[in-house]
Design a binder for this molecule. Structure first.
Ligand code: CTP
Ligand code: MG
Length: 220
């Protein structure tokens, strides 16, 4: 199986509020995007494309190994992944889509995603159980339902796909569509998505507190 990695790194990181795009923020002296690329490689994905902000190509080139290809991202995560996917050569038979914002994803998670693809799954996501009671609310904040917790999962990345399945999913998706992950793209096209165990260490850096936790994780 020839798997190619896409790292979505074209966001601005508004919630983190740093002085640069989130993917370039340093964790233990190294940009988040470099950690994310390295973890894909450690998990067995040698070839990686990174979607970057249009005006930051030079900074990303300086932050990443020379053999990593950079693609100009878009206005949403969906648009960024779409752009990177268009640059994946057809001889790849699997694509793993990862967030630069998950710098410390253990290689085992990537290996589990690859193994499920190799076993024939068309789409794979790493997940974790939900520990809090989770509810839906209306616009005024009143609870409208409480899904049974045992059936809920938190979805992480990298998410893995047979390349033709992901390409077909994005082809069907309307131009301006903005979905929160790639599993949603293929599910909208009717593809079943299997889950494998994720890892707490693959947590997403969204706000400053998450970065502090990641720093502590590196020190450990
Ligand atoms: N992303 C992207 N292109 C965009 C928006 C997001 O490639 N137009 C990427 C981010 O770089 C990040 C991942 O998608 O690695 C997950 O998005 P998120 O955590 O929301 O990052 P940001 O959009 O950068 O942060 P914020 O929403 O706080 O601005
Ligand atoms: Mg965002």
């Amino acid at each position: 199986m020839h798997a190619v990695g896409i790292v979505a790194a074209a966001g601005s990181g508004l919630r983190l509020g740093a002085d640069r795009p989130k993917a370039l923020v340093l964790l233990a002296g190294r940009p988040l995007v470099a950690w994310a690329v390295e973890s894909l490689r450690a998990g067995g994905v040698a070839e990686v494309l990174v979607a970057v902000p249009a005006d930051e190509r030079a900074a990303f080139a300086g932050a990443l190994p020379a053999d990593v290809r950079l693609v100009t991202g878009g206005a949403s995560r969906t648009a960024s992944v779409r752009a990177a996917l268009a640059a994946v050569e057809p001889r790849a038979d699997a694509v793993l889509v990862h967030d630069a914002a998950r710098p410390l994803t253990p290689p085992d998670v990537i290996a589990r995603v690859l193994a499920a693809l190799a076993a024939g799954a068309p789409a794979v996501v790493p997940v974790l159980p939900v520990v809090d009671t989770t509810v839906t609310v209306d616009a005024d904040g009143w609870i409208t339902s409480a899904p049974e917790r045992a059936t809920l999962r938190r979805v992480q990345t990298p998410q893995g796909f047979a390349r033709d399945v992901l390409v077909a999913g994005y082809d069907r998706l309307p131009a301006g569509a903005d979905l929160t992950d790639d599993a949603a793209v293929v599910r909208a096209a009717g593809t079943s998505v299997v889950t494998v165990p994720g890892d707490e260490r693959a947590a997403k850096v969204t706000v400053a507190h998450d970065l502090a936790l990641a720093e502590a994780q590196v020190r450990r």
